[in-house]
Design a protein around this ligand. Structure first.
Ligand SMILES: CN1c2c(nc(N)[nH]c2=O)NC[C@@H]1CNc1ccc(C(=O)N[C@@H](CCC(=O)N[C@@H](CCC(=O)N[C@@H](CCC(=O)O)C(=O)O)C(=O)O)C(=O)O)cc1
Ligand SMILES: N[C@@H](CCS)C(=O)O
Ligand SMILES: [Zn+2]
Length: 778
């Protein structure tokens, strides 16, 4: 059989996070631009050669990015917001990369103070992209030539043509946001209407690739897997017809992923392209429908290897799909591929030398997934010993005694509605809590983490290596915690946090302490820019056999008379940011996590912690991409949160926190979570995200973020007062809190200190503003 082996994208950060380290050194001014480019070149060379050695036929290029591939696209298309024009002259040597980083991270140098572009979640993943900005008079023109340079060097390295990857024009527009030229003017256009201005630049780009020798171009259009309006469907039609007319002799591979094509099947399959990629891991059911409507000349790329999880592929299942497709289309019209780009997979399982070998044998990372693509090709061509090895590994997982725990399953079966309900309704709890805590109006708090300095991280690295003792490590963490408590008291914050210094990450930390998880040494995945995460792996039933956080919260509370918030990660966020088992529904794993967190909440309450925050920043991210699947998810996700939070007494105040979330379509469910206080990210959007709460008349207390923690920029007192005034117009003052958008782990201390000092001043100014006695009493 002559199928092509196709790869949609490879991790760019490097198996030792070389790109992260190089970028951060460049930003700190400790390496030169040339050194940064050399590291990037080496990374691309390594991954191209790996893919070539694995036998991949269609090897991607331009999947590499210094920060984010959507931002690369904005720079390529010249969609550079006007506020950055001055940087072009301010940065030394007018280097394109400095403009690029300024767009990603903001720019506060040389007398300039330019905010970064917005960042948000990439579909339902924990990857974040930089949101393109469009104005009514938006023009596009070819600006950055990075993609062509990468094509040329990849071609040189491979000795053959790579396949350039671009975000397709419709998805690119839909990912963006309309912006007004004048802050006060309303927005009176729809970004999708820019398609006619945009497509000619794509035509120019594609034809340039062709002139360099490209045969295939991959156009990523994940929006094909979402609900589309008529206008958006027409935009697809228009864009690909134009490209087909004006770009002769080059083959377009159109990719959809993260969901089925669903009601866009006919649209996608009849666009004038050479191949369409479908995600058969998320939706194997779509294959029959797709095969029925595939036109006679179209090739299908079958995404049969899971690009979003770390489990070994089930070859029997994958081959079943491949053979079914071959029977209908013939092998020449089939490609074997991973479900999506391998960007979301860690690099190489071979680097995991300390994993339990039994569990390791059930897993595959990006490098192993390339081999799986190749294996499937070989097996389809008769190499059966590869199949029997795979069957053995999968059997060993199915029958393993490591996975199942009877007591956990029994507890799950016994969950009742009462377990998911607080004793009293919010209005009663609020009165009890107001009396207990006696906080001022506009109480101030932070979201949990304080700067994870190099010193703290190095300490943990030394502990891991065994070069310091646990006792010494604990002493140092205690001292950082104490210092932060004293400082919070000094600047007069009302509800304190312990700072999370003991945590490597808000999910991995919990994974390391719960039964049913394993964690990796080097399984890094890019989250945004230079920031990476090491998602823990849930392989079995989850059980909390010991306290998770009590030691640190108790220690912190003992050193202050102010309330110290207990700090937990919620069940849905742990689920969403881990690699989860694929042998039971996600909801079941979520309930197991909920019970574990519930026990920790009760342990904190017993230890004298009166306010407990259960972070759920990933609730929105877990929302299914298709609207018709959302209600079911929200049912179990909200219930899982409520199970984790509802065991406590009325006088214990439960907070939750969410960032990177749009709330409009889920506000009713957020209210159902019934947290006493919710803190949210609102500052980058100038409180726009608060509208959903206002329109809904959200009943409980709320802390709209007033400090954008994603940027090194320090907000002024005045700026924060303005944001609070905006919030206070529509939210009852008795319900308002003052806090940053999110935790401060990625910031440094000088920025943090100044910004929080300003935040406390802003709250104090709000308190002394001319409130009427009546207002003061509500
Ligand atoms: C809040 N966010 C989170 C998300 N997902 C998570 N799983 N966690 C989150 O907090 N998603 C949404 C948002 C935004 N995303 C992120 C993601 C990642 C970070 C972040 O700060 N990542 C750190 C790595 C954190 C970590 O695991 N640290 C470890 C290891 C530290 C390390 O690098 N050690 C060095 C040695 C020490 C040294 O010399 O510096 C080494 O091993 O080589 C730890 O602290 O122990 C990152 O740096 O990328 C933030 C937001
Ligand atoms: N408590 C966490 C929440 C991040 S979303 C932190 O402060 O980092
Ligand atoms: Zn957050």
């Amino acid at each position: 059989m002559r199928m092509l082996k196709n790869n949609l994208g490879y991790p760019r950060v490097g198996d030792n996070r070389q790109l992260k380290k190089a970028c951060e050194q460049y930003w700190a001014g400790t390496i030169s631009r040339d050194e940064l480019h050399q590291t990037a070149w080496k990374l691309r060379e390594t991954s191209l050669k790996l893919q070539q050695e694995a036998g991949i036929d269609l090897i991607p290029c331009n999947d590499f990015s210094f920060y984010d591939h959507v931002l690369d696209m904005s720079l390529m298309l010249g969609a550079i917001p006007k506020r950055y024009s001055s940087i072009l002259t301010a940065v030394k040597g007018n280097a394109e990369i400095d403009l690029y980083f300024a767009m990603a991270r903001g720019y506060q140098k040389d007398g300039l103070d330019i905010p970064a572009m917005e960042m948000t979640k990439w579909f339902d993943t924990n990857y974040h992209f930089i949101v393109p900005e469009f104005t009514v008079d938006q023009e596009f023109k070819l600006f950055s030539e990075k993609a062509f340079a990468e094509f040329t060097s990849a071609k040189q390295i491979l000795g053959s043509n790579p396949k350039p990857v671009l975000t397709g024009p419709v998805t690119y527009l839909l990912l963006g946001k309309e912006k007004s030229n004048d802050e006060n003017a309303p927005i009176a256009f729809n970004r999708i209407d820019l398609i006619k201005k945009l497509v000619p630049v794509y035509v120019e780009i594609i034809n340039t690739f062709k002139s360099y020798g490209a045969e295939w171009i991959q156009m990523d259009e994940p929006y094909l897997s979402l609900d589309l309006s008529e206008v958006e469907k027409q935009a697809f039609q228009y864009a690909y017809e134009e490209i087909s007319k004006k770009c002769n002799g080059i083959k377009i591979l159109l990719t959809s992923y993260f969901e089925s094509l669903g009601d866009n099947t006919a649209l996608a399959l009849h666009l004038p392209v050479a191949a369409v990629h479908i995600d058969l891991v998320r939706s194997a059911e779509q294959l029959n429908e797709v095969l029925k409507y595939t036109p006679p000349t179209l090739t299908l790329s079958l995404g049969v290897v899971d690009g979003r999880n770390i489990w070994k592929n089930d070859y029997v299942k994958a081959l079943y799909h491949i053979q079914k497709a071959v029977a209908v289309l013939g092998s020449e019209r089939i490609m074997i591929a991973a479900s999506c780009s391998l960007l979301h997979s860690p690099c190489d399982l071979d680097l995991e030398t300390t994993l339990n070998p039994v569990i390791k044998n059930w897993m595959a990372f990006a490098r192993q997934k390339l081999d799986e693509i190749s294996d499937l090709y070989e097996i389809a061509n008769g190499k059966n010993e590869l199949l029997s090895q795979n069957i053995l590994a999968l059997e060993s997982r199915k029958s393993s005694s490591l996975i199942h725990r009877k007591d956990v399953k029994e507890r799950l079966d016994a969950i009742s509605e009462k377990d998911a309900t607080r004793n009293s309704v919010f209005s009663e709890r609020q009165q009890i809590q107001k009396k207990r805590f006696n906080l001022p109006f506009f109480p101030t708090t932070t979201i949990g983490s304080f700067p994870q300095t190099a010193d703290i991280r190095q300490l943990r690295a030394k502990l891991k290596k065994g070069s310091i003792s646990l006792a010494d490590y604990d002493l140092a963490i205690e001292s950082a915690t104490l210092e932060s408590i004293h400082w919070q008291e000094e600047i007069d914050i009302d509800v304190l946090v312990h700072g999370e210094f003991e945590r490597n990450d808000m999910v991995e930390y919990f994974g390391e302490m719960l039964q049913g998880f394993v964690f990796t040494r080097n399984g890094w995945v890019q989250s945004y820019g230079s920031r990476c995460v090491k998602p823990p792996v849930i392989f079995g039933d989850i059980k909390r056999e010991k306290d998770l956080t009590v030691r640190w919260s108790k220690f912190a509370q003992e050193h202050t008379n102010k309330p110290m918030k207990g700090m937990l990660t919620g069940p849905i966020t742990i689920l969403q940011w881990s690699f989860v088992r694929n042998d039971q529904p996600r909801s079941e794993t979520a309930f197991q996590l909920a019970l574990a967190i519930r026990d920790e909440v009760l342990a904190l309450e017993n230890a004298g912690i009166s306010i407990i925050q259960i972070d759920e920043p990933a609730i929105r991210e877990g929302l299914p991409l298709r609207k018709n699947q959302r209600a079911t998810y929200l049912d179990w996700a909200i219930k899982a949160f409520r199970i984790s939070a509802s065991g406590v007494k009325d006088e214990t105040q439960i907070h939750t926190h969410m960032c990177y979330s749009e709330f409009n379509d889920i506000i009713e469910n957020i209210a159902e979570m019934d947290a006493d206080v919710i803190t949210i990210e609102t500052s980058r959007s100038q409180m726009e995200l608060l509208d959903a709460f206002i329109d809904f008349n959200y009943p409980n207390e709320i802390g709209p973020g007033v400090y954008d923690i994603h940027s090194p920029r320090i907000p002024s007192v005045q700026e924060m007062v303005q944001l609070l005034e905006k919030a206070a117009i529509s939210i009852p003052i008795r319900n308002l809190w003052v806090n940053p958008d999110c935790g401060l782990k990625t910031r440094n201390w000088p920025e943090t200190k100044q910004a929080l000092l300003n935040m406390v001043q802003a709250a104090k100014q709000m308190r002394t503003k001319a409130l009427t006695p009546l207002e003061r009493s509500i």
